[in-house]
Design a protein around this ligand. Sequence first.
Ligand code: C2E
Ligand code: MG
Ligand code: MG
Ligand code: MG
Length: 290
Amino acid sequence: YAAKRQTGGAQVYDPSVDTASAQTLSLLSELRRAVDRDELRLYLQPKIDIATGVVCGAEALVRWQHPERGLVPPLQFIPFAEQTGFIRQLTLWMVEQAAAAQAALARANVRRVSVNLSTRDLMDQELPDKLDEILHRHRAKAEGFCLEITESAIMDDPARAEATLNQLASRGYKLSIDDYGTGYSSLAYLRRLPVSELKIDKSFVMGMERSSGDATIVRSTIDLAHNLGLTVVAEGVENEAILKLLHGLKCDEGQGYHMSKPLPLAQFHDWAQRWQVVPPQVLAGTELAS
Ligand code: C2E
Ligand code: MG
Ligand code: MG
Ligand code: MG
């Protein structure tokens, strides 16, 4: 549509607004085409049980294999997809891919696959039915899924988000708070929600070696979450020293480049085969088994 602005009664044409909306429309149609042309990719990043080193889960992360731009990371199109509402279609696509991959993932020791939800998803009261329909077609169980939600996605409209989350939990989906520590909500509030997992944001985990402040945040978050009966996952485990620290703090699960970057399903499977032989040495090497 033509971009016009009111100035003293006269309609003034503003080319900058027009260009912006034209770009928006073209990116939106490109994203729609990406689905039709099969350009979206499911990537998976392993989560390990820190006490044993064994793979226990995987997070589904989207990539866009663009014909000219190459492999586009999610932060370059997810915010846009959220603004335009396209994210709802993308979420269903991810759940469909994850459901289709469940048998292969089970062979790689993954008992639960995590999928990210956005605030738009939480505002959709039909989401639980849509997810159930997809799982039903793939004979997959809700218990095999964990849905990750950021604090900010909940705080947009807490009452509505809470209603959707209660529905999802009652149907068996496990719920997780993602990027914990970056928002302003308190655990006192979050514990009212039917969540069972807390993921500590990678900024704190990556910083815990060098910053005593970050280390303190990680330690007290783990203790508080455990006292509330939540499982704690650390994201951003980039090296062995961090894994060692987390082991000492009794953090339940870890996810990060030290184990593996997100991979396409076939490569994930190869990685998991190799990893199954390695974990005892990984933890023995840290000498924290007491
Ligand atoms: P997130 O859900 O917090 O996912 C974790 C991000 O941290 C991933 O980035 C992952 O590659 C990265 N990461 C994991 N371990 C490490 C590490 O050791 N070091 C570093 N530097 N980074 C690590 P990615 O795949 O680029 O995704 C970024 C964000 O985009 C996600 O953050 C999530 O908010 C969003 N996103 C990705 N896929 C989806 C999706 O399918 N749906 C929705 N709604 N959002 C998605
Ligand atoms: Mg996530
Ligand atoms: Mg996260
Ligand atoms: Mg994040």
